[in-house]
Ligand binder design. Structure first.
Ligand code: ZN
Length: 382
């Protein structure tokens, strides 16, 4: 019976296109969210849970919080068919007691068997039962009731804004242009050593630039997508990692264009700059990159990680030499570099450096990089 119910629910979620995470038919843990929730800028005492990275709230608490706003709504439970009715533009009348629907025997979060109707029409709001109460996905509620939500992950604040129609915005990093910043760059990947680097970047809210080899993009597309969606920059490091200065102009053009296309086909965005293998540049490379509108990015700090293959040496070299606006050359093709990166990222942040992408480094340094021109750092007169 439970199995049939789960299968039915899964089908329902799939049909309705809700945000039920893939593979979430098994019970998942819910953690009380520590995020501050604001409604139109005022702190609101809403309880929230994180389930698989998504936020679930008590919809009655949302109804109370939105009472009197243009998104106010009333709620009604129908016990017989386990349905929740949302009545729009009506304030929730009864306030002051817990109106959460109680469901017995739920220790962890399990998908809740609830039909949700808005003014009589079925709508799709993903719901979980957590410790006996039903919690609804805040994003789905916002979409159905048409209010905007803003995440500021750096400040740990989640904002509901009823005067704007549904949109989501996520503020993850605030960069202060007057403070030191550096760009970590990782060449020659993606590889199996890229995900641990992404883990470290994610953990500390940092980003880097990945100069990918074009012929590795398609078979590592999940890694590229994850890196891109985290806000990292994906840039061009040629298709086959040949020394471009030994190739004909037509071959160089081919190396560049096939890589740009490979990146765009996976991320939807073509790269804005390139780094030639071995840093080798000649007039042909300058001509082709100028023609394709791509600046050439070199580096200002090279710890020779590819040669020493020693995490301590790489770590020490960078920590002893790093300065504001550096572009740091690393390679996500070896384990020692991934180990070094996991230590470097928090250590560099501790020392006051903001970790930004190459394009961000130029942007915040007031540089507009020109196609076909080589840049080594975010210092203007470099
Ligand atoms: Zn390389």
């Amino acid at each position: 019976m439970a199995k049939r119910l789960t299968a039915f629910l899964l089908c329902l979620y799939l049909i309705l296109g809700t945000t039920l995470p893939a593979g979430a038919q098994e019970p998942v843990d819910a953690l009380r969210s520590n995020t501050t929730i604001t409604v139109n800028g005022t702190r609101s005492p809403l309880r929230a849970y994180d389930i698989s990275g998504r936020v679930y709230v008590d919809i009655f608490e949302i109804a109370i919080a939105l009472s009197g706003t243009e998104n106010q709504f009333a709620l009604m439970w129908r016990d017989r068919n386990t349905s929740l009715h949302i009545i729009s533009d009506v304030p929730l009348s009864a306030i002051g007691f817990n109106m959460s629907r109680r469901i017995a025997n739920a220790a962890t979060a399990t998908p809740a068997d609830i039909n949700v109707l808005l003014d009589g029409d079925e709508v799709s709001i993903s719901a979980y039962s957590i410790t006996g109460e039903v919690y609804f996905n805040i994003r789905d509620i916002a979409a159905v009731l048409d209010f905007s939500i803003d995440w500021d992950t750096a400040e740990g604040v989640f904002g509901i804004n009823t005067s704007q129609s549904f949109s989501e915005s996520v503020v993850t990093r605030g960069i202060d242009p007057s403070k030191p910043m550096i760009a970590l760059t990782f060449d020659d990947g993606p590889s199996i050593y890229t995900p641990p680097i992404l883990d470290a970047l994610e953990q500390y809210g940092a980003v880097a630039t990945f100069y990918v080899t074009g012929n590795r993009v398609q078979r590592n597309r999940d890694i590229v997508i994850r890196a891109f969606e985290m806000g990292n920059e994906i840039a061009n490091h040629s298709w086959s990692h040949r020394m471009l200065t030994r190739l004909s102009e037509e071959r160089v053009r081919q190396e560049m264009i096939t890589t740009n296309d490979a990146i765009e086909s996976v991320t939807g965005t073509p790269p804005s700059n390139m780094r030639p293998p071995y840093g080798s540049v000649n007039q042909t490379v300058r001509n082709v990159t100028a023609e394709l509108g791509m600046p050439i990015i070199s580096w200002s700090l090279d710890p020779f990680d590819w040669r020493t293959r020693n995490a301590n040496t790489t770590y020490n070299h960078i920590m002893n030499n790093v300065k504001d606006r550096d572009i740091i050359l690393l390679h996500d093709l070896s384990e020692p570099t991934a180990v070094a990166a996991a230590r470097l990222i928090p250590a560099l942040i501790d020392r006051g450096f903001q970790l930004v992408t190459v394009s961000e480094l130029f942007h915040y340094s007031g540089i507009t990089p020109e196609p076909g021109v080589t840049y080594r750092s975010g210092v203007t007169d470099d």
